[in-house]
Design a protein around this ligand. Structure first.
Ligand code: TMP
Ligand code: ASP
Length: 248
């Protein structure tokens, strides 16, 4: 195995057969790498949760690059051509959506209350750049004009993301967890088939809120917002979300 890259939280290797191996480390970064730390168990929790969701999504006919979990913090995946956009699905107003609204840069989708934490009635799809130093929101016109994706690929990815949301949202709600939003990435096989790539359903790439706290009017984050907003011990939050998601 040869180390071929280091992401913000994962180390990436190429296996002898051409597959890719992700090693989930304990590193955590936020604000485009400005804030950094390490937390025990983080890598294992994200590795196990990504595996958990990849398996569920595959059963529900979402095709992914996942092949096998090969150790406590490593998975083997197919080598894809990663598309240069990150795809964000939002069920609730949070994070950068709220910040852009407060700055007066955007309107919220129709029927959405102008407050942090408000539900977005039909959900909302957004795209950001992936390979620029700072992730930047992009619209579908720029994606097509830049030839990052075709119109058909965009429609396909939008439908897959909506379906991924439906599957995760329903399962999490049964565990009293609100899936406020999440980010996914996609890649293409040499034959042009689009597969879900990177990781999915981890507290690094999703906002998970405790539902009972939300009903009381509080935000109890069980995800990377604990680190972004200095809301306590990240290891404890990650272990809690891990237990709640994986224990039936
Ligand atoms: P945002 O509110 O900061 O735009 O993030 C929306 C969701 O996407 C949130 O669950 C965090 C996730 N996300 C990532 O996983 N990686 C990223 O680089 C960004 C910008 C967001
Ligand atoms: N800015 C994003 C975040 O806060 C991505 C990152 O830098 O990790 O999650």
């Amino acid at each position: 195995m040869k180390l071929i890259g280091k992401g913000k939280s994962k180390d990436i290797y190429r296996a002898d057969n051409g597959d890719i191996v992700f090693e989930f480390t304990d590193r955590v970064t936020a604000f485009d790498g400005v804030k950094k730390a390490e937390y025990a168990h983080k890598g294992e929790v994200c590795c196990e949760l990504a595996t958990y969701w990849f398996k569920i999504l595959e059963k529900e006919s979402i095709h992914t690059h996942f092949k096998k979990k090969i150790s406590t913090n490593r998975i083997r995946v197919a080598n894809l051509n990663i598309l240069p956009v990150e795809v964000i699905w939002r069920n609730y107003v949070a994070g950068s959506l709220w910040r852009r609204f407060e700055r007066g840069e955007i309107k919220l989708p129709e029927g959405t209350d102008a407050r942090e934490g408000a539900p977005i009635p039909n959900g909302m799809l957004e795209f950001t750049t992936k390979f620029e130093t700072v992730d930047r929101p992009v619209n579908t016109e720029e994606i097509i004009n830049s030839k990052w994706m075709t119109e058909d690929e965009l429609i396909n990815i939008g439908e897959m993301t909506r379906k991924i949301n439906d599957i995760m949202f329903k399962r999490l709600l049964r565990k009293d967890i609100i899936l406020a939003d999440f980010k996914v990435e996609f890649g293409k096989t040499p034959k042009g088939k689009i597969l879900l790539a990177d990781e999915v359903g981890t507290p690094d790439g999703c906002r998970f809120w405790d539902k009972q706290a939300y009903v009381r009017g509080e935000f109890l984050s069980l995800d990377k917002d604990v680190f972004r907003k200095n809301k306590g011990d990240l290891s404890a939050a990650y272990l809690e979300i891990f237990d709640r998601i994986t224990k039936d």
